[in-house]
Design a protein around this ligand. Structure first.
Ligand SMILES: Nc1ncnc2c1ncn2[C@@H]1O[C@H](COP(=O)(O)OP(=O)(O)OP(=O)(O)O)[C@@H](O)[C@H]1O
Ligand SMILES: [Mg+2]
Ligand SMILES: [Zn+2]
Length: 272
């Protein structure tokens, strides 16, 4: 591990520990704290005279990566293979367009996931579209595959990020604010979920700009989901941030005839 990676690792570990009791902290919930039956939680087993890592260590590493990434329970289950294109083909005049848009966004997400493993400077993705069109689902599916492949990822919900930054800032715990900002700037893959129509102040706009500007300069991939159209992004976040997004991301629009949450609700209640 390079020394810069060690620092990120340490900061993330402290960060996760700091957040253990807070509501947004995830994630992998065990029914019981089970002791590994193979190694008794020692992490190694003996093969003759040689100590080798127990198979549970790999599982623990993956669990830790999920904790670092801060994915919520709902999102941890999102997988490309469960991305159902039927939600985009409800009969309507625009059904083909909805379906084609979703197919393109899915393909781009899978390509990104494949490519970023060999190219850490792969161009990122921005998903725009109305409420319940599958934007966060795709972003989380990317995260889940990459976490399992041991990539360092952070999934941040923008309004929560801004709340946290504001809280640490107003508590004058500048080091903590710096830590979180710094992690968002430098983590190898960042997902910013719901960069939406919030009440941005000059202060929060600057924080977002600072994260994106750093990542653009260092060519670190960022995945963004937003309800906003590109013109609206400019209005909310300013021209300079908007221009950077064009350089950093390929843009995909997801559209549906009906909110997928509503489609699922109807399915669920029909069965009962
Ligand atoms: N293609 C899909 N196949 C199966 N389930 C989906 C699909 N797209 C979305 N869902 C499910 O529908 C719900 C809404 O999806 P999601 O959270 O991705 O919407 P969104 O576009 O991010 O909406 P919002 O703008 O409100 O954040 C979630 O429960 C998600 O798991
Ligand atoms: Mg969403
Ligand atoms: Zn074990």
């Amino acid at each position: 591990m390079k020394s810069s990676e060690k620092i990120i690792d340490k900061v993330l570990t402290n960060f996760v520990n700091d957040k253990k009791d807070q509501h947004f902290n995830p994630i992998v919930v065990k029914v019981k704290d089970q002791v590994c039956p193979i190694c008794d939680d020692r992490g190694i087993v003996l093969r003759g005279d040689v100590a080798i890592p127990c198979s549970c260590m790999e599982q623990k590493r993956i669990e830790n990566n999920f904790k670092y990434a801060r994915l919520s329970r709902d999102l941890i289950n999102c997988r490309f293979e469960n991305f159902n294109l039927e939600y985009y083909s409800l009969s309507s005049a625009n059904a083909d367009e909805h379906y084609n848009n979703a197919q393109k966004a899915l393909k781009a997400s899978q390509e990104f996931t494949d490519n970023v493993i060999d190219n850490p400077h792969e161009v990122g993705l921005l998903f725009t579209g109305p409420v319940g069109s599958g934007k966060s689902f795709l972003a989380a599916s990317i995260a889940n595959v990459l976490i399992e492949k041991q990539c360092r990822i952070l999934f941040l919900i923008v309004p929560d990020l801004l709340d946290e930054l504001r809280a640490t800032y107003s508590n004058k715990k500048e080091t903590t604010e710096f830590d979180l900002l710094d992690i968002a700037r430098t983590v190898p893959i960042l997902i910013l979920d719901d960069l939406g129509a919030h009440n941005y102040t000059e202060w929060s706009r600057n924080r977002i700009y600072s994260i994106l500007n750093y990542r653009m300069n260092e060519q670190l991939p960022t995945i963004i989901t937003t309800n906003l159209d590109f013109d609206d992004i400019e209005q909310y976040l300013g021209e300079r941030t908007c221009s950077r997004l064009l350089q950093m991301c390929r843009i995909f629009r997801l559209t549906t005839q009906q909110d997928i949450r509503m489609q699922k609700y109807i399915e669920r209640e029909k069965i009962k």
